[in-house]
Design a binder for this molecule. Structure first.
Ligand code: PLP
Length: 459
């Protein structure tokens, strides 16, 4: 790092406090000042280039400083940057709602906007609870979440999350949720396929619903991939069965596609991959609430959306005196700049063969990653669309994990960084979630960095 970059890093460490970070680590781990971005690359303040293999926390879909999205925001900034979203509206928000509903699973007809993923989850939880209350079923006040799930870190979102690292300290502050076992294919019993695990977990969920459905508002899940919980992947038949169970037991289904939405898993939304219930029937499920954020603005601005059904909307629609109105507001709700960034992102999906290209890129990534499975400490190489993960263990036969205190994932991160690739392992799960503009050659660099990361981690 040159002097000016090092000076910037030092000034940062004097005044800032970073997320998901023990700041003490930065006594030995460098803080990297980034000056610019372009395509899949970040360019450091010292001119060093870093390939962003994790799309900057899964937000950046079409490359950094994407000219099309940047131009849309610039134009909007000169026109209308912000307006109170109660009692007022604007074209970017209206158009965004129309276009999201047009591409979302059928049956969703209302869009509520917020400004980050956790807020979208809070909205869905509150809306579901309030729906039942407005319908005279206020005794429903519990939520069912999956083990290993992650839905954000505000208190409500954290309450339905099950990742110990983020949860444990704050557990005394969180409302109690019911946990159903994740359909995670990693937890298969000998001889079980991923579909078998899904079927077994549905039986367990059914048993939970039999006991508790009367007091439950909703089941919340991350469709197909539990991301922050370790990129754990499951069979799409779980989603089909989950929709059927939620219908049978009359509870809502909240699909948190904050990470997996917008083409990440191979389809625009992961819910589309749920297999049909019968031959000839339509594939895909429609949740009662669909939470979107992260990739929604192509990684440019914070924005989130909760899509829901007319049925839910109507339970709130009444004379003011009935006191049924949904109450949840953020100052920046429906920010025009963010809505325009989202529209430009949807334009790219409309005008370019994004999903086809992703399919080819995912196939290339899979082919390059496959040999890593031979490594004596790699217990699993798994992939769903453009999410690929390698899980390291101390003992491959018994799948005994490395002690968390050894922080082998951190070693992998630093080894990749030396090669100019940004990775951020989740414990001993090293993953790639590259921007969709990544080239096959850049994928090769990422896989080489993962291989180097594995060696560094297992040393
Ligand atoms: C990131 C994430 C969230 C939280 O979004 P933030 O914008 O970070 O608050 C919620 N759910 C899932 C599945 C996520 O990956």
């Amino acid at each position: 790092m040159d002097d000016s970059a090092a000076a910037l890093a030092a000034r940062d460490l004097a005044v800032l406090w970073h997320p998901c970070t023990q700041m003490h680590d930065h006594e030995r781990v460098p803080m990297i000042p980034i000056a610019r971005g372009g395509g899949a690359w970040l360019i450091g303040a010292d001119g060093r280039r870093y390939l962003d293999a994790i799309s900057s926390w899964w937000t950046n879909l079409f490359g950094h400083a994407n000219p099309r999205i940047a131009a849309a925001i610039a134009e909007q900034a000169r026109t209308l940057e912000q307006v109170i979203f109660a009692g007022h509206t604007h074209a970017p928000a209206v158009e965004l709602a129309e276009r999201l509903l047009a591409v979302a699973p059928p049956g969703l007809s209302r869009v509520f906007l917020a400004d980050n993923g956790s807020a979208a989850v809070e909205v869905a939880l509150k809306m579901s609870f309030h729906y039942w209350r407005n319908r005279g079923e206020g005794e429903r006040r519990r939520f069912i979440a999956l083990t290993g799930g992650y839905h954000g870190e505000t208190l409500g979102a954290l309450a339905v999350s099950d990742v110990g690292l983020y949860r444990e300290t704050y557990a005394p502050l969180l409302f109690e949720r019911l946990l159903a076992p994740s359909p995670d294919a990693w937890e298969s019993l000998p001889g079980e396929s991923a579909a078998d695990v899904a079927a077994r977990r549905l039986d367990e969920l059914r048993a939970l619903l039999e006991r508790h459905a009367h007091e439950v508002c909703a089941v919340i899940v991350e469709p197909l991939v539990q991301c922050a919980g370790g990129m754990r992947m499951y069979h799409p038949s779980y989603l089909t069965g989950l929709r059927a169970l939620c219908d049978a037991f009359r509870v809502h289904l909240i699909a948190d596609e904050i990470a997996v939405g917008f083409g990440r898993t191979g389809t625009l939304f992961a819910c589309e991959q749920a297999p049909p219930t019968a031959p000839g029937a339509r594939a895909g499920i429609t949740p009662d609430f669909l939470c979107l954020s992260k990739g929604l603005t192509g990684g440019f601005l914070p924005l989130s959306a909760v899509l829901t059904t007319q049925r839910v909307y109507e339970a709130f629609y009444a004379d003011y005196s009935a006191g049924k109105a949904f109450l949840h507001s953020h100052s920046y709700t429906g920010n025009p700049l963010a809505c325009r960034a989202a529209l430009a992102t949807l334009d790219i999906f409309r005008d370019e063969p994004v999903l086809e290209r992703n399919l080819a890129l995912a196939a290339h990534l899979a082919a390059r990653l496959a040999p890593l499975a031979e490594h004596p400490h790699v217990a699993d190489v798994r992939q769903t669309g453009l999410i690929a993960a390698v899980e390291l263990v101390a003992d491959k036969i018994t799948r005994t994990p490395y002690p968390a205190a050894e922080r082998r994932g951190l070693r992998a991160r630093l080894a990749a960084l030396e090669r100019g690739v940004v990775l951020r392992p989740l414990g001993e799960v090293i993953y790639a979630m590259p921007p969709y503009c990544t080239t096959p050659e850049e994928i090769d660099l990422i896989v080489d960095a993962i291989a180097a990361g594995i060696d560094a981690a297992c040393r």
